[in-house]
Design a binder for this molecule. Structure first.
Ligand code: NAD
Ligand code: MG
Length: 330
């Protein structure tokens, strides 16, 4: 028996309830079903997610009913609605001793969800978006995943989480044991400082610098945004070494001498600040308060980003790139 099958056998005779049918929810539900696990999807009646899940051939019930039926209840709604969902829908209905499962530790780690003492609580976090979790699974592969246990009432929480991870294909990609604290804090830091916040600010500031100096926005777009994919693909495939193999000597010399001037010790100090705000809960408190106040500032900031000249020229240029699908996230 493979490790995959051994882990999957931990789910025998158990029903998995997936609450939320978005990016992760859909991928997890379909992969588990295709791994012969007994799955129900809990979504609000009449919504678009319910239709989609039914069209995908899954059993759809209300979130309340899913919480009642699941031996494992996976909470795969947006993080900001999970606290209210837990207190009003999950806690009043979930079976005694069930496993409450998350794909990100935000609410449990920052205390906005305090799970009932009789429950097991674990996390299975695939390191990729739902579409990739599904695609890799369909190709017989899997996305590397983090596993953590917060509460282990039954003594079997990790085995069950590992079974779930196998069911979504995660064990084929490699499993890393972690804690809710490590998963949550590093995930937030990565997206804020490097992947989303850091990368987009770097791209936009580079674009602004060229345009302000009189260069054409179209040319600046290619140099600062479009070609980033080439570099990221090389980094992904073989790290910094592979990038060095493929770029010119001139690019390498420029990288080694100018890169550290652009991203410098001051940037490191800012990164440490951002990390400190994550660790002491300031970021979480700010974001939860923003959400509760109706997301006004969040929406304003997002609109400002969307109106940036790089977006205007980008939309025009991408319309001419026949190889780009219009729905790149699907
Ligand atoms: P999503 O926004 O794609 O999907 C959320 C789904 O939740 C919706 O489709 C809807 O069906 C449902 N929903 C929304 N509000 C609800 C409510 N009030 N009550 C009941 N159902 C509701 O979310 P996602 O990106 O799949 O994120 C789900 C979890 O997975 C989060 O904890 C997130 O941090 C984590 N995660 C996401 C990614 C990713 O790349 N998207 C990667 C790893 C982990
Ligand atoms: Mg940004």
């Amino acid at each position: 028996m493979s490790n995959q099958d051994a882990a999957l056998s931990n789910l025998q005779n158990l029903r998995v309830a997936i609450i939320g049918y978005g990016s992760q929810g859909r991928a997890h539900a379909l992969n588990l079903r295709d791994s012969a696990v007994d799955v129900v999807v809990g979504v609000r009646a009449g919504g678009p997610s319910a239709d989609k899940a039914r069209a995908d051939g899954l059993t759809v019930v209300s979130p309340e009913e899913a919480a009642r039926q699941g031996d494992i209840v996976a909470v795969l709604t947006p993080d900001m609605v999970q606290a209210e969902l837990y207190s009003s829908v999950i806690e009043p209905n979930i079976k005694k001793g069930a496993l409450l499962l998350f794909a990100h530790g935000f609410n449990v780690h920052f205390g906005t969800i305090k799970p009932r003492a009789d429950l097991d609580v674990a996390l299975v976090a695939p390191k990729g978006p739902g579409a990739l979790v599904r695609r890799e699974y369909e190709q017989g592969k899997g996305v590397p995943s983090l596993i953590a246990v917060h509460q282990n009432k039954s003594g079997k929480a990790r085995d069950l989480a590992l079974g779930y991870c196998a069911g979504i294909g995660g064990t084929r990609g490699g499993v890393i044991d972690t804690s809710f604290a490590e998963e949550t804090e590093t995930d937030l830091f990565g997206e804020q400082a490097v992947l989303c916040g850091g990368a987009t600010e770097l791209v936009m500031m580079g674009f602004e610098t060229l345009v302000e100096a009189g260069y054409q926005p179209e040319v600046a777009y290619f140099e600062c945004l479009h070609e980033l994919k080439l570099i990221v693909d090389l980094l992904y495939e073989g790290g910094i070494a592979r990038m060095h193999q493929f770029i010119s000597d001139t690019a390498q010399y420029g990288d080694l001498t100018r890169g550290p001037r652009v991203v410098n010790e001051d940037t490191r100090a800012r990164m440490r600040e951002v990390l400190a705000e994550i660790r002491d809960g300031r970021f979480a408190r700010e974001w939860v308060a923003e959400h509760k106040a109706g997301n006004k500032r969040f929406h304003e900031l997002r609109e400002k980003d969307m109106a940036h000249p790089i977006e205007v020229v980008g939309r025009k240029l991408r319309a001419q790139m026949s190889w780009l699908k219009t729905d790149a996230t699907a």
